[in-house]
Design a protein around this ligand. Sequence first.
Ligand code: AGP
Length: 606
Amino acid sequence: MCGIVAYVGGREAADVVVDGLRRLEYRGYDSSGVVVAPGAGAALQVVKRAGKLSVLQDALRTVRLGGALALGHTRWATHGRPSDANAHPHLSEDGRLAVIHNGIIENYLPLREALQRDGHVFGSETDSEVLVHLIEQAYAGDLAAAVRSALRQVRGAYALVAAHAGHEEVVAARATSPLVVGVGEGEQWLASDVPALLPYTRRVAYLCDGDVAVMTCAGVRVTDMDGRELERPVETVDWDAEAAEKGGYAHFMLKEIEEQPSVLQQTLGGRFAPDGRDVLLDLSLDPSAIDRIVITAAGTAAYAGTVGAALLETLARVPAGVEIASELRYRDPVLDERTLVIAVSQSGETIDTLEAVREARRRGVPTLAVLNVKGSSLAREVDDVLYVHAGPEIGVASTKAYLAMLAAFALLAVRFGRARGRLDDERAEALLRGLRGLPQALEAALATRSRARELAERLATARSALFLGRGINVASAFEGALKLKEISYVHAEAYAMGEMKHGPIALIEPSVPVVAIATTSARYDKTIANLQEVRARDGVVIAIASEGDGTIAAHADEVIEVPRVDELLSPLVNVVPLQLLAYETALRLGRDVDQPRNLAKSVTVE
Ligand code: AGP
């Protein structure tokens, strides 16, 4: 997820754009850049730097960019590490055309190869750069027509803005990634998100997928990909700047929970093989050279790893287990060159996880990271990285990154299963079809927020809470308990359901509600038996159940229904009501949801 800002009008355009980028820095901060078109055919002026926006601002103190039209970008790296060369904008070889892009061009590799065969010279490792060369190739005096022609060749998600030295206009287009117009008098703006606009205008018009917009100081004309005029209503935003950074949501955590369907699409995007029976992961490791997998992480990332271990063992029949990083790093583990250590981390800066990886490397063990933040320490210390594309996760409680990690492990398990000949065509096709359908299932799961709000009172007043799961959903129970603990401060414990009778069932009483994951599974009958044991002791059961389950109501006091999906994929859906239960409980208790007490987003110290 990146931040885009464009301006045309009577102000110093570079200043307006950089101010807007500062307000969008929460969308990504790996690098940033600005380009100004001084007008009257004069050459474009570009300054771009790796690092936070402050690095670009320092550079701009020594370079004066004057002009009435500018584009700017703050990057969240997906393809190509954070560097000056990979920073946007990207320029055509003649320096007269500049393009900025947010999103993922899934078919960028074949496009890049074809453009290079046509003599185009690439200056970056990014997928985005293909856009400037495609537009340059199609340009014959009409910039909007050239943008449309280029976009007909790409597959993937984009929000782009383009400027040309010979035009006093900005051409923009969007598909999946957001773009909003800021409407002024004699001046206009474009941005990825509303915060960049608020100091100047509250009148906005949201572009839709397939829109192409031509922005001049007089106004913005919107067409479809065939050039047919479209009307986009102008609305008035009543957010303040801080609320706007959250996209109108009360908290980043809620915004990030709601982003999960699109995050899943971004993480899965471009990774399905055309035959629908395998995945494309761009990894150098050889699954047939691995006899055992040790997954290491902390907190929520470790629970994601637990789901990952279950998927890898089930689909690829490779022994896989999770070791908490703060233990693995000290316990002189037995690891050898046929063991793969997978480090899981949102930030890539968790010291325990980094030290566990360093210990593995000291032993000559191959290492892979399942990771969100490009260019992080972890990215530089492992042999291979399987990136999740969750975008910046601001809320301390991890939600969308956890979900993206689960999706990444599902892809990895399919790859390992296919490579090791343990996953047949039919099962692979069914799983990948199920993965494709998950964003829609997540949208339905998000609708359980009203049920979570109703049930929050029970958890807010509880002395403690128990979270129970079976099989692949034991990890879901642990993740649900952690979410509740870390943002509402209500004590919670998680157990494998079968463990209840070995002690924890002594805790059962009405003041200790039990949140039970009871979705469709091969052991559903055992789950029902466990719920009967709880209720026979006056326990209160809140069941997460599959839509249309006619049995569960007789065994639970409250039911939250989620869409029915493949059991192996159910943790990706079941976690949503658990996140919402924690969120609504914390709200009811007046907690600081985004920055809970005692916690930090990334634990970079011992
Ligand atoms: C999860 O909500 C917590 N913020 C915490 O457990 C977190 O998952 C853990 O510290 C690991 O962080 P990482 O994914 O950045 O390595």
